[in-house]
Design a protein around this ligand. Structure first.
Ligand code: CA
Length: 248
């Protein structure tokens, strides 16, 4: 494992720790240099098995995960990490055409990037993912202190990043959390697809809009009594989604 941090004048040392899981040396080299230059601490694993073994020890703030990896695939690594962690995971695919396939597998990643990518673009996505994460470890503008939102039998606490469904706590990765939060905070109102994508993924998001549907599907699986016939997050055909007001 390579691990190092750079700091420079006027900049906080408290930049985030990125766990780069990548087997192509040229990408590893570029990322180590490029991310360190941005002030990130970088740790590297070169295959999926090594990644899973080292994850706890590395204890990163964000995972950058290549899909095609030796020994254990990135898909499987993502699945296993999601069983124990809600930290942001950005998956890297070999081609943009693979993104749909990977998104469709619903492994719980927060964002998807296709190779080749520009480091600057990637850093923007990393920062966006970290900003959305509770605690704002990037040292940028902190999120406003939020209260909990309760709609019917669902409670969402932004400060604690917790979701309770019918008294049971459920694990919710960042993007799913953000989608649910926006819908709950605007209960009874239609939220257009464009607005949701813009608010959750950022106005510079250029990925597939299926990503939103996949996230809504995952949230439904966690909060709906009957996810196949949702009564909380309903689809408003041609427009977007709406969190229904609970029946009184
Ligand atoms: Ca690879």
């Amino acid at each position: 494992m390579l691990s190092f941090a750079l700091s420079y004048e006027g900049r906080s040392m408290s930049e985030a720790h990125i766990f780069v899981i990548e087997d192509e040396e040229s990408f590893v080299d570029a990322l180590e240099v490029g991310l360190a230059r941005e002030g990130f601490t970088v740790s590297v694993a070169r295959d999926g098995f090594e990644a899973l073994e080292k994850f706890d020890e590395v204890n990163p703030d964000l995972v950058l995960l290549d899909v095609m990896l030796p020994r254990v695939t990135g898909i499987e690594v993502c699945r296993q990490l999601r069983q124990k962690s809600t930290i942001p995971i950005i998956m890297v695919t070999a081609k943009s055409s693979e993104i749909d396939t990977v998104v469709g597998l619903e492994v719980g990643a927060d964002d998807y990037v296709a190779k080749p990518y520009r480091i600057r673009e990637l850093v923007a996505r990393i920062r966006a993912a970290l900003r959305r994460n509770a605690g704002d470890i990037t040292g940028e503008v902190p999120r406003p202190t939020a209260t909990s939102v309760v709609v019917g039998d669902i409670e969402l606490n932004e400060a604690e990043h917790t979701v309770t469904v019918r008294g049971e706590s459920v694990a919710m990765p960042l993007k799913e959390f953000d989608v649910l939060r926006l819908l709950m905070m605007n209960v009874g109102q239609v939220m257009t697809r464009e607005l949701l994508i813009d608010r959750v993924w950022g106005s510079d998001y250029y990925g597939d809009t299926k990503t939103l549907d996949v996230h809504v599907k995952r949230v439904r699986a966690k909060i709906e009594s009957d996810p196949a016939n949702p009564s909380k997050i309903v689809t408003v055909r041609g427009l977007g989604y709406k969190f229904e007001r609970p029946a009184t």
